[in-house]
Every structure is written in C-alpha cells, then in structure tokens.
Design a binder for this molecule. Structure first.
Ligand code: 5RP
Length: 232
C-alpha cells in the first residue's frame, strides 16, 4: 500500500470513530478537508442506514454540497447559535496543549465560527499532524480582505513571518468562500500562540487566522496502533 493510501486509511479511521459520538437529535458542525470528507461520508451512511436524525451546518461550500448530496439535513445560524458537536480536521496539533493550526483547506473562518459555537469540538487527524511546536510543519493561514492585502502582508512579516504570501491556485489568487484572500505565513515555530494571535488580529484588514486556541475538546489521532484519544 502506498503512503498516501495509508494516510487516507488513518484519516478515515479517525473520522469513523468521531462519527460514533453523534446521537439522534444532535446539531452537528461539519468540518472541511480530506479527513472531514471521510467523516461526512460516514455520517451520511448513518443517516441513510440507521435513520439517524440530525441536522448539520457545514464550514465550507464543498462540505455543504457533499452533505446535501448524502441526504444529511442542513441547518444554519438563523435557527441555532449553539451546536452539540463539531468534527473537523487540523493541519497541526500541538502535543500537550492540543492547540491547533488549521486552514490549509482555506476554510478557517467558517471553521472557527462553527467550532466556537460547538459544545464539544472533536479534532480528527492522522498521527503525522502531531507536532511538538506549532508552526513547524505547516504555514499559518491568515484570512484578509482583498483590498490592501499587500499592507497586511508587510505587517504580518513584522510579527515574525518569514513569508506572508497570498495563496495561489493554478496561477490565480485563491479566494475563500467569504470572498477573501489567504496569506500563508511561515513562522520558524510559534512559541507564544496567544501573543501571536493578538498581534495578528490587531492588523486592520485581517479577518481571522488559523490558530485555534483553547477550542479543542478532544483529538482522535489515528496511527498504526489504532485510534488514540487525547484530551487537554
Ligand atoms: C481546512 C482545514 C482542514 O481541516 C485541514 O487543512 C486538514 O485537512 P486534511 O484533513 O485534508 O488534512 O483546516 O481549512
């Protein structure tokens, strides 16, 4: 089996475990990314095969389309301010603190809004996402309004980012579901995530960033030895 298939299998294992937490009547926040895709697929199976009665809210247009295609009933913030459980992937999980970097899939803003509205926020990853220090394996994505993004990028560099470059996809600026841009910021490790969070949010034009601090209820980490449950 190729490495890629191994990683996909691990992501699916973590995703399937998280879906066992979902119970009849729950309002569920659906994450974004390849691991979240497995989770939405598994949830769709339960809705179809077991008649599980839930409502869900998606953190991206892509997850919303997938969930609707699977027949998962969808809801929104007009109906609810608090959700029972949110399940989402991550790009980095710091061992010990379980603080996160998210947003490589470009959905950090809606993911953070939904995560902050969930009573329980469950993170699903394969073991390659565990790091000793945030910022060492993945860039920190920062969502900015398009107008004046160059200034925001220069100010982000002053927070210690070695490069704060707009994300490009096929030679075009990547535009989020919220019509904003993503600046991928490369830090040589993040020693004080809370201080960095404050510094980034103080830049006018920044909408939010991919540091998810104090939000994790638990992490399900799939590795060769099975799925491990980590709690803060
Ligand atoms: C999207 C995210 C994803 O959860 C994160 O990028 C992990 O993705 P994957 O499960 O594909 O590794 O934050 O904005």
């Amino acid at each position: 089996m190729s490495d890629e298939k191994d990683v996909a299998r691990l992501k699916e294992e973590a995703a399937r475990r998280a879906v066992t937490y979902v119970e009849d009547g729950m309002i569920v926040g659906l994450g974004t990314g390849s691991t979240a895709r497995f989770m939405i697929a598994a949830l769709g199976e339960r809705v179809k095969n077991e008649g599980l009665r839930i409502e869900a809210i998606a953190t991206s247009e892509a997850s919303d389309v997938q969930a609707r295609e699977l027949g998962i009933p969808m809801t929104d913030f007009a109906a609810h301010s608090v959700f029972d459980i949110g399940i989402d992937g991550a790009d980095e999980v710091e061992r010990g603190t379980l603080e996160l970097v998210k947003g490589l899939g470009g959905a950090l803003l809606r993911e953070k809004i939904v995560a902050s509205a969930c009573r329980r926020f469950v993170v699903i990853v394969d073991e390659s996402k565990l790091v000793d220090r945030l910022g060492t394996h993945a860039p920190l994505p920062v969502e900015v309004v398009p107008w004046g993004w160059e200034r925001a990028a220069r100010l982000l560099a002053e927070t210690g980012a070695q490069a704060a470059k707009p994300r490009m996809v096929r030679d075009k600026l990547f535009v989020t579901d919220n019509s904003n841009l993503i600046l991928d910021c490369h830090y040589p490790g993040i020693d004080d995530p809370a201080a960095l969070s404050r510094a980034i949010l103080a830049i006018t034009g920044v909408v939010d960033h991919g540091l998810f601090l104090g939000m994790t209820s638990e992490v399900l980490v799939a590795g060769t030895g099975g799925v491990q449950r980590l709690v803060p």
